[in-house]
Design a protein around this ligand. Structure first.
Ligand code: HPA
Ligand code: ZN
Length: 331
């Protein structure tokens, strides 16, 4: 196999990296009953009508994650795969409310993930950040409590906050107070917007939440003024092509708006979102768009460089990673 392009993964939900084999192993280890007997049976359930139908399975399977060790095993398995796909830096979302709602406390989750992330440089050659993501279909009060409970990790393990889960009917405006508090505490801010939701949600994420990156953002193309704003300010958009097809936000990969976004001068990156569920990790996404959309080598190099430009890195680290991208030879 040729060496994959060095890249940063900026849109990755750690719960979405739970492979069927690991889900079954953890279910057995923790005595959790699952309605699936084999990995193949579980994989067969990975057929989604929309975002919600995916989220239903994604939250149901978190039931197997119970101990600190489970979260360490989950993150270490992801990092090992990511390294083989050329990932040099990963900014990883986790959904604390998906666990606290089941009686697993946030300290178990963060300690477990933190153990894998702290070892990632040495074990896998990957630098990491952790992004606490709020579930937008839960209450503001729940988000505020979650933010408070994570305060011991601000600036150490937790670098940023995000916003995910069911988008329609849960506009960014709902979380204005939560994001204001996060910014006051020195955290960076990102939000999912314009995946299933309208361009107005992208405006709100920028203007009311003060986010530095938009996750997905593909529906921004429906609003010319928004495209102009995103281009002028070079707001990064973390696009997830295989996810968009699997969740039917885009009919076919051949119709994906990625080339139009690049042509519009937007700062686009390619990411995997929930790779266990959507048929591929980040290099798989690069390969799929290369085949379906005919991206050339310079466009792929640009997407990889964009991933480091959009990352929460200090400048010397960013420059070193960009030099790796520049030095890459396509095989
Ligand atoms: N969209 C919204 N919420 C999510 C996703 C997604 O693609 N993946 C995990 N939570
Ligand atoms: Zn996502």
């Amino acid at each position: 196999m040729t060496t994959p392009l060095p890249k940063a993964e900026l849109h990755l939900h750690i719960e979405g990296t739970l492979e069927p084999e690991l889900a079954l192993a953890l279910a057995a280890r923790n005595g959790v009953e699952l309605p699936y007997r084999s990995a193949d049976e579980l994989r067969a359930a990975y057929s989604f009508r929309d975002l919600q139908s995916f989220l239903d399975l994604y939250y149901a399977l978190t039931a197997v994650l119970r101990t600190e060790q489970d979260f360490t095993d989950l993150a270490d398995a992801y990092l090992a795969r990511a390294a083989r796909q050329g990932v040099r830096h990963a900014e990883i979302f986790f959904d604390p409310q998906a666990h606290t709602a089941r009686g697993v406390d946030i300290h178990t989750v963060v300690a477990g993930l933190g153990r894998a992330l702290d070892a990632a440089g040495e074990r896998h050659g990957i630098s990491t950040r952790l992004i606490l993501s709020f579930l937008r279909d839960l209450s503001v009060q729940s988000a505020l409590e979650t933010l408070e409970s994570a305060r011991p990790y601000f600036g150490t393990l937790i670098t940023a906050v995000g916003l995910d889960s069911a988008e329609a009917g849960n506009p960014p405006a709902k979380f204005q107070e939560v994001f204001a508090l996060a910014r006051e505490a020195g955290l960076r801010c990102v939000a999912h917007a314009g995946e299933e939701g309208p361009p107005e949600y992208v405006w709100e994420a920028l203007d009311l939440l003060g986010v530095e990156r938009i996750d997905h953002g593909i529906r921004s193309l429906e609003d010319g003024k928004l495209v102009e704003r995103l281009r002028r300010e070079q707001v990064p958009l973390t696009v997830c092509p295989l996810s968009n097809v699997r969740l039917r936000c885009v009919d076919r990969l051949e119709d994906h708006p990625l080339p139009r976004m690049l042509d519009a001068g937007l700062l686009v990156t390619v990411n995997s979102d929930d790779p266990s569920y959507f048929g591929g990790y980040v290099e798989d996404n690069f390969r799929a768009v290369t085949a379906a959309l005919g991206l050339d080598e310079e466009q792929r190099r640009m997407l990889a460089a964009n991933s480091f430009r959009a990352a929460f890195l200090d400048e010397p680290a960013r420059a070193a990673y960009l030099a790796e991208v520049e030095a890459h030879r396509f095989g």
